[in-house]
Design a protein around this ligand. Structure first.
Ligand code: 13P
Length: 251
């Protein structure tokens, strides 16, 4: 069953962006305020240095963080808690991005704890999963993603909301994308997993696709069943590219 969910178009700026790049958000705010764009939620996850400034720019662009520590506060030099990120204006936190899993050896258990700390701070975790190229070639993609979901998705209480982002590692920043059928099969498997785990509430969880999403392939990808938006790296850095993606919705 496909359920109509408001698409979430989320930009992950990764370790990019200085204060002068906030002009891109001004352009985005102007376009979204003029309501010339289709109905969707727009989120940008900038480096934490830009978070409060960006959060104050307009209510049409939601802001989020790219990671958090599991604790609320304490002796953790260089780390930032979910509560602090909420205080700086974040409403979402990306957790378990494959770059953090690889660069910082983050395990499913740690990602789970981070997602839980985001929820405890009243934020929505965007929990990332995705297979490597070797796993895809070995026909292990679905098994690997289900294992990541089993380990990384926390239990939910009350009205807590999560988002899942399927990002095949080999498609990130490479210009490569899985074929339409593979995305369709994976998103259907993730939906089934969510329904098994959360019952009817699993129908309302947005599942994003991420990996080399750009204006030229967005329409094809964003209309696949159970693709409820995108998590976009490179093409989220320029307002025109992101608007190009947003404008394919419902076009
Ligand atoms: P690209 O869109 O640059 O491939 O990055 C995807 C991504 O990792 C978003 O989190």
């Amino acid at each position: 069953m496909t359920h109509k969910l408001t698409p979430l178009i989320a930009g992950n700026w990764k370790m990019n962006g200085l204060v002068n790049e906030l002009s891109q958000i001004e352009t985005l705010c102007d376009a979204l305020k003029n309501k010339t764009t289709p109905e969707c939620d727009v989120l940008i996850c900038p480096p934490v240095t830009l978070l409060s400034q960006m959060s104050a720019m307009c209510s049409e662009v939601l802001t989020g963080a790219q990671d958090c520590h599991v604790a609320t506060s304490g002796a953790h030099t260089g780390d930032i808690s979910a509560q602090m990120l909420a205080d700086a204006g974040a409403s979402y936190i990306i957790v378990g991005h494959s770059e953090r899993r690889a660069d910082h050896h983050e395990t499913d258990g740690l990602v789970n704890a981070k997602a839980k700390s985001a929820l405890d701070a009243g934020l929505v975790p965007i929990i990332c999963v995705g297979e490597t190229h070797a796993e895809r070639l070995g026909a292990l993609a679905i098994t690997v993603v289900e294992q990541q979901l089993n380990g990384s998705v926390p239990d939910l209480e009350g009205r807590q909301v999560i988002v899942i982002a399927y990002e095949p590692v080999w498609a990130i920043g490479t210009g490569l994308v899985p074929d339409e059928n593979d995305i369709k099969t994976m998103h259907a498997a993730i939906r089934e997993w969510l329904i098994n785990r959360f019952g009817d509430n699993g129908i309302a969880v947005r599942i994003l696709y991420g990996g080399s999403l750009k204006p030229s392939n967005a329409k094809e990808i964003l209309t696949i069943p159970h693709v409820n938006g995108g998590l976009i790296g490179g093409a989220s850095l320029k307002a025109d590219d992101l608007l190009g993606i947003i404008n394919t919705i419902g076009a």
